[in-house]
Design a protein around this ligand. Structure first.
Ligand code: MLT
Length: 264
């Protein structure tokens, strides 16, 4: 499905009925990374997956991006769908956007799952790396970005022995436009430090991390779990950064359990 909001076209899926669960994907992927969670959860819930601006079938305008703007897109889409409150799941960049969303629209958040993400801003070296990656995207295209990102996203075991997952992630990355890749890199480089804000989060929060995640390691997850009041932490074995793709059943079970613990 598509909607034109905030001056751009956003692509999304809206499947099932019940408590809405909104999924925000990682960089530089798209909403299909949630296919297993969508299939498993939409029998009991209304599952919304969104191609964030710059990704998949949504527009990737050639302009400046910010994560607050991505949060505004999510807000506009929920208004378009007449959804007043939802459970949100954000993985990595999706988690950064979820923290931005909570900062602006806390009353729309019934509960939050922050997966394979972190609250700290980029270090100076991290920002320089974003610039380098944008230049690689510009000069060599999205497949060069896939070559760099795949070992950061998936565990060595998955890269060696699960070619279908590797191909799927590569296709998602290669399906993006350079404007979207560069726009997100700039937006992530400019995101604020959210650590001081964590203590103000008052909605139920589940933190998830793959035990082998080197991009946003378990130490980053533990920091969020310590700072967010009453947050729960779960570490998924045999999973790296894209824990929902490498261990879909464990990941989905955690969301289902978290959801069933929320008060109506
Ligand atoms: C992601 O998976 O969204 C990215 O690794 C996040 C980042 O580059 O900081």
């Amino acid at each position: 499905m598509q909607a034109t909001l905030n001056g751009i076209t956003l692509a999304y899926n809206d499947t099932g009925t019940g408590l809405p669960i909104v999924f925000l994907h990682a960089f530089p992927l798209n909403r299909t990374m949630w296919a297993e969670q969508e299939a498993a959860l939409s029998s009991r819930h209304r599952v919304i997956t969104i191609d964030l601006r710059g990704h998949g079938e949504s527009d990737a305008p050639l302009w400046h991006y910010s994560l607050d703007q991505a949060a505004d897109d999510v807000h506009a889409l929920l208004n378009h769908l007449s959804i007043r409150q939802a459970l949100f799941v954000g993985l990595s960049m999706g988690g950064y956007i979820l923290l931005a969303f909570y900062r602006i629209y806390a009353n729309q958040v019934k509960g939050m799952v922050l997966a394979d993400t972190k609250a700290q801003a980029d270090t100076p070296e991290g920002k320089a790396g974003r610039f380098q990656m944008a230049q690689i995207a510009y000069k060599q295209g999205p497949s060069a970005i896939a070559d760099i990102m795949l070992p950061k996203l998936l565990s060595p075991a998955t890269i060696q022995s699960r070619p279908e997952i590797v191909q799927r992630v590569r296709a998602m990355i290669e399906g993006n436009q350079i404007s979207g890749i560069a726009g997100d890199l700039m937006a992530m480089a400019e995101r604020p430090d959210s650590v001081p804000f964590l203590k103000q989060i008052s909605c139920p929060t589940q933190i998830i991390v793959g035990e082998l995640d080197h991009a946003t390691p378990p130490a980053d997850a533990k920091l969020m779990a310590e700072q967010i009041p009453n947050a729960k932490l779960a570490i998924i074995p045999n999973a790296a950064h894209l824990a929902n793709l490498e261990q879909p059943e464990a990941f989905t079970r955690l969301i289902a359990e978290f959801q069933s613990g929320l008060k109506n």
